[in-house]
Design a protein around this ligand. Structure first.
Ligand SMILES: Cc1cc2nc3c(=O)[nH]c(=O)nc-3n(C[C@H](O)[C@H](O)[C@H](O)COP(=O)(O)OP(=O)(O)OC[C@H]3O[C@@H](n4cnc5c(N)ncnc54)[C@H](O)[C@@H]3O)c2cc1C
Length: 458
């Protein structure tokens, strides 16, 4: 079988399926190749499963007893929707493993289908969206049952089915990033003993220092144990559980746990799809090198999402899809890194866009900051969720540089700040926009007015 497409998309995660949809809607003939399930890591093993658990364990929506079953239903409903979207937009979907076997004017993909047959498809453009995977822990015992990587942990029924079961009661998480923090909050919410094994003293390295301080206080209050600067050396079986042995600057340390989840780093997927048959520049950690239009070093080949390294976020992958498809049609759209928001679904939520005070300092940008607390917000008090604050960082010229939220609905509220930063608005522009009452968004407005006061002092 042979067909010529305008675009071949390799990988059906949020980057790939969004690119396929956009390109097809703009009139391109599109083929999408996915070896596993549509929706990629985000839908099947990442964002959506974790938030289905989060809504039940921390948000108080739904039943903890049916965590797994509810998650399965949500994920399969969304996956079906994606299948329909691909069909409705005329994207031809191939369930199989794609491998680049030819570049040049026409790019060639060899697709090994599930039924064992192999076909070749050709396209004028090729977009690589193969995602990322957890960096494995390369120490003795890392292959033992009970040692699980962060990219698969949410898809393992043994961890989430019937959470009241006692056969695993303690979890150690190796890592200090978003995945480790979210899982720590989830497992603790499910009543498990949780230990975070941090590779340095940091937790969520890129968040504002006040947010970090409060997160650590909250974790301590919830009796989540944190071990700083832990270097794992060996994992061994101990009865039904595990013992993780390593060192800290204070000497040897051992942690007993029933499950060890390795959630330290994600690395781009660069193998298994014939990258070696191209001249595309790539680095094991930093991923495929792309320009601002997501073009690789090989003409007509684009790469988006986690495979390009940097901030590994589903919504960024989707926007990079937009950038790439626009570029294929001769238009330039850019996504400034400072305007990309990111969220941490802990208790309470954390949401960030733009620069922190520390980052402004490092870049030698003179700044002021203002803060408002949810304790003074009518809606937060009415909801019984008044823990947290909003912090605004602004340049001395009044330009909004960064917004840091920790509190109820922070992940939804950050979009207003992202819009403001994306369009270079000033603190005054946003503060002088009417915010409805009584809403959580008034806490952001109050932080903006505090920042204006600081600006007037200088
Ligand atoms: C536990 C967890 C929670 C997360 N939570 C969030 C969150 O709340 N918000 C957020 O923004 N991000 C979150 N992420 C990150 C998010 O999942 C990723 O950033 C996102 O999925 C990246 O999209 P992508 O399209 O680049 O790749 P992926 O979603 O990884 O999709 C890549 C696809 O390519 C396919 N593929 C690979 N090689 C081939 C091949 N040779 N042939 C055919 N198909 C192939 C894979 O099967 C996969 O389906 C989370 C991640 C994890 C692990």
């Amino acid at each position: 079988m042979s067909a010529v497409f305008d675009l071949l998309v390799l990988g059906g995660g949020p980057g790939g399926y969004r690119a396929a949809e956009l390109a097809a809607k703009s009139g391109m003939k599109v083929a999408l190749v996915e070896k596993d399930r549509l929706g990629g890591m985000c839908l099947n093993r990442g964002c959506i499963p974790t938030k289905a658990y989060y809504a039940r364990v921390i948000g108080g929506h739904g039943r903890i007893e049916s965590l797994w079953e509810d998650k399965e239903e949500i994920v399969s409903r969304l996956r079906e929707g994606l299948g329909t979207l691909m069909r409705m937009t005329g994207v031809e979907t191939f369930k199989g493993t794609g491998r680049i076997v030819g570049t040049g004017e026409l790019k060639k993909l060899e697709v090994s289908l599930e039924n064992g047959s192999v076909l070749e498809i050709e396209g004028r453009n090729l977009l690589i969206a193969t995602g990322s995977r957890s960096l494995p822990l390369e120490i003795e015992g890392s292959g033992l049952p009970g040692v699980i990587t962060g990219d698969w942990a949410v898809a393992l029924p043994e961890l989430w089915k019937s959470p009241e079961r006692e056969e695993f009661s303690s979890v150690a998480l190796a890592g200090a990033g978003v995945i480790a923090v979210e899982m720590a909050a989830l497992f603790r919410g499910m009543g498990k003993e949780v230990t975070i094994l941090k590779h340095s003293e940091e937790l969520l390295r890129r968040v504002d220092k006040d947010v970090k301080k409060k997160l650590i206080q909250n974790f301590k209050k919830k009796k989540i144990r944190m071990v700083d600067s832990f270097r794992p050396e060996r994992v061994c079986r101990e009865g039904q559980g595990l013992r993780v042995q390593g060192t800290t600057p204070n000497g040897p340390e051992e942690i007993a746990c029933d499950r060890l989840i390795v959630a330290s780093s994600m690395i781009p997927v660069l193998d298994g799809f014939g990258l070696e048959n191209t001249s595309i520049r790539a680095d094991r950690r930093k991923g495929i090198a792309v320009d601002e239009c997501m073009r690789t070093s090989e003409p007509g080949i684009y790469a988006i999402g986690d495979v390009t390294g940097g901030m590994m976020l589903a919504h960024l992958a989707e926007y990079q899809a937009l950038v790439a498809v626009e570029a294929m049609q001769g238009r330039t759209v850019s996504i400034p890194a400072e305007s990309v928001p990111w969220c941490v679904f802990a208790d309470p939520e954390i949401a960030v866009v733009g620069l922190s005070e520390q980052e402004a300092e490092q870049r030698q940008i003179p700044f002021v900051a203002g803060r408002a607390f949810f304790l003074g917000n009518g809606m937060a008090l009415a909801m019984g969720q008044s823990d947290g604050f909003v912090k605004v960082v602004a340049g001395k010229d009044g330009k909004l540089l960064g917004v840091h939220m920790m509190g109820p609905e922070a992940s939804s509220m950050i979009s207003e700040a992202a819009l403001a930063i994306r369009h270079g608005l000033s603190v005054r522009d946003v503060a002088y926009t009417v915010h409805p009452h009584p809403t959580l968004s008034e806490c952001f407005k109050d932080a903006l007015f505090r920042t204006l006061e600081e600006l007037e002092k200088k």
